[in-house]
Design a protein around this ligand. Sequence first.
Ligand SMILES: [Zn+2]
Ligand SMILES: [Zn+2]
Length: 260
Amino acid sequence: MGMEVAPLSTPENKLTAIVTLAAAVDGVDIVVGAHEGLVYSVEAPNPDMQPYAEELASLSAGYVETVTSRALAGKASVILASHRDKSLLVADIGEGYTVAILGEPGAISALLAPVRRIVEGKPLQCPKCGALLEVFTQTCPRCGRRVPFGVASCPFCGADLSIRTCPNCGTRLRLVEERLEPVEAEAAKEAAAAPRPEQEKAVAAEAPRLPLGIGLGAATLGAVIYFLAAAIFKFPMGEAAVAGALPIAVSYALAVAKSK
Ligand SMILES: [Zn+2]
Ligand SMILES: [Zn+2]
């Protein structure tokens, strides 16, 4: 008897799934769900960050609006930016819902792929029992920190985490591309040799989308993230105005275009 697969058809359900996942990952300071810039839900593993919830909600909504209108022409869904020792992930879930996740860079970058899969409605599921696995975490056997279930290596120490066990049915699973496959099935597939044509096609079609907007959007994103960081961490805003765009454009990590 497996657990029910949580439907991810509504923005509220996606928001709940993202908040559940992110709040359980080590190194995350605060997770703020927002609707139209107003706080919808807050999880603050680091209580020191709790007072910044409203600021993060309104600024992340403006952040998404800036990015979608100027840099990515409406295609941005998940954005990751870094400043000094903190990173911020902002997800545009649709219908006015956003999620902002602030924390240490390793934790935040590890959340990028799982959050994107949830936003796109294509979460990792167990191929045996159908359980929605994206909201689970796993504990790194080398460094002991909790990381998202759907990462192939530990973002903190680099340990190989490609084999994991379904917490619902106990099947051993391997992360292959963006899907989980039973370990036995994977071995059989390797014996079958050559990749299928449609798989090659899918990879080839996806590749050009990734760098989209980085050149165009980096300065804008840099300025926005800098002001956001300045507001939260009390950096002097004069310094932000002068030095904002350049250093953050360099540290700005990745913008992932929505598939469609
Ligand atoms: Zn580790
Ligand atoms: Zn399972």
